[in-house]
Design a protein around this ligand. Structure first.
Ligand code: AMP
Ligand code: MG
Length: 410
């Protein structure tokens, strides 16, 4: 099979995904999840016409020739129900959120009035009917769908859910995700220091990328580059919904991941993508598990996670927008591009009078994790590009935050 383009590989991954059913979670734990059902309002909000200001509920006809002095017939606080009807020449003192009494058709804010006595107030302005009144049902009506299935539960959505008394909500299930690193050269975080070894950074970088999506992964540890040990570890990983395997997917004689996965019944969909970093990127499907073979080079693995695993996990968890938000930025310096693969350049973002600027984070070697640690975005250099010059507008995928979009920005 020839190498796939990034877009074709993303399509292949997303087409293989499905959701894992729904579950009910308490509202306190719903943040970040995705609604699996529409949500309806169970009352009008506000439940009656209320004042938008602290001030006086009046009859607008009475104040047409302001200034005018009116008699105060009662005080209405939020939570009170008015007892009297406002007659001509009368008004009621009213607080923000309190019900507008019958007879009154407008509210005058306190700043536009002067106290005359305990029972009298001077109104200094004329207003139209309905001034500073919030209508019954203005923010939601009984039985109206106020949130649709597929909505990501942001803090504002949590507030809306509380507003309709949704103590528990139906959301898409989270997948169980396992992470396995491979390589005889690797030293685990808990293992004794050996200057000749390579610390296993990938298990943890990938762990954090999964956590950023609201999922707690299981770290399976390190598999040695030896077929029977690798097979045993991969078998363990195939008990999960999603298995991320770091390293061992390229074409070296000790890269046993692909043949071992195939021997375990994983149907490989692709194992190379026309991208840099991240050329040896594999994806396969087992009866219970989606398997991603990520490159061992730490930056490559993280970039491949961003382009393939993140969108897949967002699909599974019910999100409508799968891909990192892209912005346009002005490139701060020339960038060479001599090959025909899509390149993802780690950049820091700044601002000038035109908007964002993008500055590459130094050496872009795919093993140089520091360039990823400093990156706020990935600049996308299209495969066919012949190089970029300072000042050009470029496309940058944002790496932080919760803003996502519905299409990849290639
Ligand atoms: P591989 O994809 O197994 O050929 O690995 C490519 C490069 O990435 C090698 O230099 C490895 O030492 C390095 N590497 C592989 N796995 C990890 C890991 N878990 N943490 C840090 N570096 C790794
Ligand atoms: Mg290796």
């Amino acid at each position: 099979m020839s190498d796939l383009t990034v877009a074709a590989a993303q399509r292949c991954v997303i087409e293989a995904m499905k959701r894992l059913g729904t579950e009910s979670v308490p509202l306190q734990q719903a943040f970040g999840r995705v609604l699996a059902a529409d949500i309806k309002a169970n009352r009008d909000q506000p439940p009656y016409d209320v004042s938008a200001m602290d001030g006086f509920a009046i009859r607008s006809a009475d104040v047409a020739n302001a200034p005018v002095v009116l008699e105060i017939i009662e005080d209405i606080k939020a939570g009170d129900m008015p007892r009297k009807t406002v007659q001509p020449g009368q008004c009621a003192r009213i607080m923000t959120g309190a019900p507008v009494p019958s007879g009154a058709d407008a509210v005058i804010r306190v700043e536009d009035t002067e106290a005359v006595s305990e029972t009298q107030v001077r109104i200094n302005v004329a207003v139209k009917p309905h001034n500073d009144i919030r209508d019954q049902g203005e923010s939601m009506r009984t039985d109206e769908v106020v949130l649709t299935a597929g909505t990501t539960i942001t803090p504002g959505v949590v507030g809306m859910l509380a507003m309709v008394k949704a103590a528990s909500v139906e959301v898409w299930r989270l997948p169980r995700v396992a992470i396995l690193s491979t390589g005889d050269e690797l030293e685990g975080l808990e293992e004794p220091f050996d200057a000749n070894k390579i610390p296993d950074a990938n298990s943890y970088a990938l762990m954090a990328q999964v956590q950023a999506l609201g999922i707690e992964p299981v770290l399976l540890g390190i598999a040695r580059d030896e077929p029977s040990h690798l097979k045993e570890m991969l078998q363990r990983g195939l008990q999960f919904d999603v298995l991320l395997v770091s390293g061992g997917s390229s074409v070296g004689v000790h890269d046993y991941v692909r043949p071992t996965l195939e021997a375990l019944g994983v149907q490989m969909k692709f194992w190379r993508v026309q991208m840099k970093p991240g050329h040896p990127m594999a994806f396969g499907v087992a009866p219970l598990t989606w398997v991603f073979g990520l490159p061992g080079n730490p930056v490559s693995g993280m970039v491949c996670f961003e382009e393939f695993v993140g969108p897949a996990l967002r699909y599974i968890t019910g999100h409508a927008n799968l891909f990192r938000r892209t912005v346009m930025a002005k490139l701060a310096r020339d960038v060479k591009h001599k090959h025909s693969r899509t390149e993802f350049v780690r950049v820091m973002l700044g601002r000038d009078s035109d908007g964002f600027t993008a500055t590459p984070t130094g050496d872009q070697g795919s093993g140089i994790l520091r360039s990823m640690a400093m990156a706020e975005g990935l600049m996308i250099v299209p495969a066919e590009c012949k190089g970029l010059v300072a000042g050009e507008q470029v496309t940058v995928q944002l790496l932080d935050g919760t803003a996502y979009q519905d299409e990849a920005g290639e």
